[in-house]
Design a protein around this ligand. Structure first.
Ligand SMILES: Cc1cc2nc3c(=O)[nH]c(=O)nc-3n(C[C@H](O)[C@H](O)[C@H](O)COP(=O)(O)O)c2cc1C
Length: 370
């Protein structure tokens, strides 16, 4: 074990060897060129700076025009977008890094301003009562349009087409964003999915769309190149209100994922305090480690010590870090040197330009260990 830090050990994702188990979690940074939703040269620099991660998972990237929900987010459905992403994947690969793209459909977490005045798509016409970040600032979300069966099938195909573009762009794999209150999560949850057809009602029906998406992507990518992200104890964030069926729903989904030989299952510990809610699970890695047989990646609120411990305890194989990677582009190197970590600036998470994006320095050679 490298200096008693399992985070720094390499890890085999089938034929892909990760240099360490410190994964960069997906983060929307709103720096894409909005005219064509393409990543820019700034993205190339940003991801290259972070290529010391065992694996980079890109920011959520919309799979179609209909999938968008925020300004200045990149897409992965046009040739121009694939070409622009290719510069990113080349830069990361030149540095010896690995990179997956996160495939994103916002569903109802969007606004008519993104869709020529049309309502955003969702499983059911239930307003998340949240806010959408449009070109005019934060605006209240609206009642979305309940997807027709045709629209559901079309959306599954959009995931497949985006997966193909991701391949063209030279990614090592894709992560399905089935988490954090976006379209796929909206299908899972009883409060956002009131359908009475085969996509609603029972747990199996609410999970159906997700498995159709995996199967469609699997026509393009081997299972071992597909990761999925789930947030089983999400409550009162991103418009999702958990129910007594939330954990049984995720138990069913995760059990069923064992039939696939996926790259990984990416889980989040609760984003809010759920200790008082007896039907939610407050220790996600511990709960799902015995259920899931494949590679388990855990996220949310981890630091160097907690990350090493969760692997040592056998509750996860990989740990993803989000905010720490914003301000510490060379995070694994800092862990190795037990160096101090820089604090991130929340004010520049979603603002344009290089400030707070590509201007966080790497560790200086002379920095003294703490
Ligand atoms: C600026 C920012 C943007 C984010 N964007 C995404 C995203 O595009 N997709 C996603 O799945 N999660 C996103 N997240 C959630 C993070 O991946 C992660 O779950 C969260 O920050 C908790 O991890 P941390 O404690 O290591 O920061 C975002 C978080 C932040 C701070």
């Amino acid at each position: 074990m490298k200096d008693n830090q399992p985070l720094l050990e390499s890890y085999k994702l089938e034929d892909l060897t990760l240099n360490n188990r410190v994964v960069m979690a997906p983060m929307t940074r709103n720096r894409a060129d909005n005219s064509e939703s393409v990543p820019t040269d700034l993205h190339v620099e940003y991801y290259k700076q972070r290529s010391g991660a065992g694996l980079i998972i890109t920011e959520g990237s919309q799979i179609s025009e209909r999938a968008v929900g925020y300004i200045n987010t990149p897409g992965i459905y046009t040739d121009a977008q694939a070409e622009a992403w290719k510069k990113v994947t080349n830069a990361v690969h030149e540095e010896g890094g690995k990179i997956f793209i996160q495939l994103w459909h916002c569903g109802r977490m969007s606004h008519p301003k993104f869709h020529d005045g049309e309502k955003p798509l969702a499983p059911s016409a239930v307003n998340p009562n949240a806010q959408s970040f449009t070109k005019d600032g934060f605006e209240d979300t609206v009642e979305p349009k309940a997807m027709s069966l045709v629209e559901i099938k079309e959306t599954v195909q959009e995931f497949k087409k985006a997966a193909q573009k991701a391949k063209d762009a030279g990614f090592d794999g894709v992560e399905i964003h089935s988490s954090n209150g976006y379209l796929i999560h909206q299908f899972f949850n009883k409060n956002s999915n009131k359908r009475t057809d085969e996509y609603g009602g029972s747990i199996q029906n609410r999970a159906r769309f997700f498995f159709e998406v995996i199967d469609a992507i699997n026509e393009v990518w081997e299972e071992t190149k597909i990761g999925v992200r789930l947030n089983p104890s999400l409550n009162e964030v991103f418009g999702i209100i958990a129910t007594e069926e939330s954990i049984p729903t995720f138990d069913y989904i995760i059990e069923k994922l064992n039939a696939y030989n996926l790259a990984y299952l990416h889980l989040s510990e609760p984003f809010t305090d759920v200790s008082e809610i007896d039907y939610l699970v407050s220790e996600i890695a511990k709960h799902y480690r015995p259920i899931y047989k494949g590679t388990l990646m855990i996220n949310a609120g981890f630091d160097q010590e907690k990350g090493n411990n969760v692997i040592k305890e056998g509750n996860a194989d990989l740990v993803s870090f989000a905010k720490l990677f914003i301000s510490n582009p060379d995070l694994p190197n800092r862990f190795e040197k037990n160096a101090d970590l820089a604090k991130w600036d929340e004010d520049t998470f979603y603002t344009p330009g290089s400030k707070g994006y590509t201007d966080y320095p790497k560790l200086k050679e002379e920095t003294v260990n703490k």
